[in-house]
Design a protein around this ligand. Structure first.
Ligand code: SF4
Ligand code: SF4
Length: 423
């Protein structure tokens, strides 16, 4: 099962498959950016979405890609953008996914998602839609750089329900919006949201341009216990909180946070990029995960061909999609290489680690790691030393400073004006 950002869950069946042969990996869960065109210009957008990419897949090519996914055994496709509904073939693609036995779901900023559109989506075969909400009204509208965006998200959730689809929410947390966490929970419980996927803002795309917005590793010492308390309440109230895969790892609340039910048996089980997860950019670029950095992780560009096996060739043959398939602790570096949990964790989320250091395998955004430093009266602080070039799914470079730390303070909201409002 993917969460609303296309990040894979850590269900036990996934873990049982960790040692299968390379040819047994398949793109069970695919996150597909239909277009980079967007009606928002969010401050933290990893793809820097705004206008379409050159050479985006046509509807005909997209339908052919759906056929290839079906042949490869894909179970679920999360349509994203930009805004997926801005692609000309949006409804046709949903319908074809459904016809071919693949569950179509969607993640959206929802600016243009009214009742008429929601009904067309439901009629085409969409059953679940996750709306991106990043704070209460003032905070959300600033992060999303659009006045009225928050109100429209709430309207869209009503439209999704009225059309018979299941409403989910996903949120990105950071120093700018973390103080809204508990109030957001209360709101979502009140309006009947069924699932809430919570991730942290990683330094990708526009978020890499705003390092003061990002959590520091030691902020997890405050944020994760707060989230765990809400998770407990949500399990009683029918609002399932699930952590995104960059919200790491192995703190005292690990089982509570990662388990979808009260059984509390799950834990983080390593990055699944290129194992059972695939990301596709709107020009047909294929990666192991939608959030991986384009320059380093694109394994090829999809082309519709007669044999209907072009996507499979990229999946099986390109080295860029294979880096997690035989990963061991030997592939880790820095603190993660010597971590007691390295064999289970394998360095956490790859795109997040790469977003800090230009290379996967050493992830400072980890609760276990922050607690280990805290026990020694120390903390790690990340300092940006090189800016991102300004391309879609790009990264800056950071360095780690280890410094004294003997108290947990709630992260403070940056005073600088991070985001200007447009619209
Ligand atoms: S320190 Fe690294 S390997 Fe250890 S649990 Fe954290 S992310 Fe995983
Ligand atoms: S890089 Fe790996 S862990 Fe991170 S979101 Fe992608 S698939 Fe999940």
């Amino acid at each position: 099962m993917t969460d609303s950002q296309g990040q894979e869950s850590n269900d036990p069946s996934s873990r049982r498959r960790l040692n299968v042969l390379s040819t047994d990996f398949f793109p069970a869960y695919v996150v597909w950016e239909l277009t980079l065109a967007c009606d928002h210009a969010c401050a933290h957008c990893g793809s820097r979405a705004a206008v379409s990419r050159d050479h985006e897949l046509s509807t005909k090519e997209a339908l052919s890609l759906v056929d290839e996914l079906a042949d490869m055994g894909t179970r679920e496709v999360v349509l994203i953008g930009g805004e997926a509904y801005l692609h000309d073939g949006f409804y046709q693609i949903i319908r074809h996914l459904k016809t071919r036995g693949i569950t179509p779901v969607m993640t959206t900023g929802a600016w243009g998602l009214d009742l008429a559109k929601a009904k067309l989506m439901a009629e085409a075969g969409m059953s679940r839609v996750s709306v991106s909400i990043d704070g209460l009204e003032q905070t959300h509208d600033r992060m999303r750089a659009k006045k009225g965006s928050f109100t429209q998200c709430l309207n869209a959730l009503e439209a999704i329900k009225a059309a018979g689809m299941t409403p989910h929410v996903n949120s990105n947390f950071n120093r700018f919006n973390q103080s809204d966490l508990e109030s957001m929970y209360v709101l979502f419980e009140d309006i009947g949201v069924k699932a809430w996927q919570v991730q942290i803002t990683s330094p990708l795309g526009r978020a890499a341009d705003r390092p003061q917005m990002l959590f520091q590793p030691y902020d997890l010492l405050d944020f994760l216990p707060r989230l765990a308390r809400l998770k407990e309440r949500g399990l009683q109230k029918g609002l399932l909180i699930m952590p995104g895969n960059n919200l790491g790892y192995f703190g005292p609340e690990e089982a509570l946070l990662r388990s979808p039910k009260k059984s509390l048996t799950d834990h983080w089980a390593g990055c699944q990029a290129g194992r059972f997860v695939m990301g596709i950019e709107s020009d047909g670029a294929v990666k192991g995960c939608p959030s991986l950095q384009t320059e380093a992780y694109v394994g090829g560009h999809y082309k519709a061909d007669e044999s209907k096996s072009y996507l499979k060739k990229i999946w099986l043959d390109s080295t860029e999609l294979q880096f997690t398939r035989s990963r061991t602790r030997e592939d880790l570096w820095g603190y993660c290489a010597s971590c007691a949990l390295a064999d289970s964790c394998l360095g956490g989320c790859s795109f997040t680690a790469h977003g800090f250091f230009g290379r996967a395998g050493n992830n400072p955004m980890c609760h276990f790691r922050a607690r280990q430093f805290q026990k020694k009266g120390l903390r790690e602080r990340l300092v940006r030393v090189q800016k991102a070039p300004g391309k879609s799914f790009d990264s800056a470079l950071f360095e780690i400073i280890v410094e004294e730390f003997d108290s947990v303070e709630p992260p403070t909201r940056p005073k600088t004006d991070l985001v200007s409002i447009t619209g």
